[in-house]
Write a protein that binds this ligand. Sequence first.
Ligand code: GUN
Ligand code: FE
Length: 385
Amino acid sequence: MPGLVDLHVHAPQWPQLGKALDLPLEEWLQVHTFPLEARCADLHYAQAVYESLVDGLLANGTTTALYFATIHLPATQKLAEICLRRGQRALVGRVAMDDRDQCPTYYRDPSAAWALDGTRELIAHVRSMPGNAAGLIRPVVTPRFIPSCTDELLAGLGRIARETGCHVQTHCSESDWEHRFVIERCGITDAAALDGFGLLSRRTILAHGNFIGDADAARIARHGAGIAHCPLSNVYFSDAVFPLRHMLRQGLHVGLGTDIAGGASPSVLENARQAVIASRMLESGVDPALVRERRRLPDSRIDAATAFWLATAGGGEALDLPVGVFAPGYQFDAVVIDAGAAGGNLRLAGDETPEETLQKILHHAARVNIRETWVAGRRVHPPAP
Ligand code: GUN
Ligand code: FE
């Protein structure tokens, strides 16, 4: 089947996967996440983390990943080099964050100018890496999110995105706190503020977007920007379920993100399952004390085929890259599923329709079932000897 596309990964949070899910977003960042990311100042530490991460994601069938790294240029360049060597299609961003109130002194860009210089250097480095002429690895303009960045930095990053044609990634309207913080600081919504800074384009991916309204959605769709829907992470940090079906109807590009380590699974397939579950719970509602009519949000469910589409073609479309579909003009990025792998739960009786086979893969395929992963026509997992 087509390879899986992960639209939202925090590479330095890999050691935190599956723990530290106990605090609201704004505390989790300060208590758990910024201290962890700061460790990537040590290039040898970062290299070990990133080698393990890329290996783990390829084994889970992720053929394209959109990565946040850290503020550290050498470690971010190293992540790009590891992806290139291991053959994973990757978009890599050096995180920009300079706000003195929101970022700790030990983990912050000393100035907007510093962050802008680092962003330009990363772009130049990635684009000139030997062996990257085909653009397997691409640089990404990466303001962490509006609360972490000064206006000067956000406007500067918007200019760099326009000048270089790079992808842009950030977080948008993720939680109650984040959504309200931006409205209080900027006087407008997250999506409108990002637009004002020149950060919305056909190559922008906004993580989460749980609290975007219809006007925001129309604005995002007008630019052709996309949403990284992170259904597992949203359970812990977002305060709400993303109205996926509604947003697809509004014409938004949507793909899936693991949000490692805000979500506890490295698997895009696991997130596809969770996208179905979350949409069903949104449709039925969750509070049994409410009468059915007040509990429900009708027409919210998605089916397994749509979830599979989001995990592959939807991600490719959001990135404006020819991946996620087996079709002329597309890259050969693929996963070989072993439906009978020992130690797995996936079992095909042989009488399934293609649609039912897909449903079974979506619900049961795990790492043991991913026999091979291919990117750009090259087998990348297991690695060739
Ligand atoms: N918002 C700003 N930084 C982060 C992060 O690292 N993870 C998540 N989920 N949201 C964020
Ligand atoms: Fe995130």
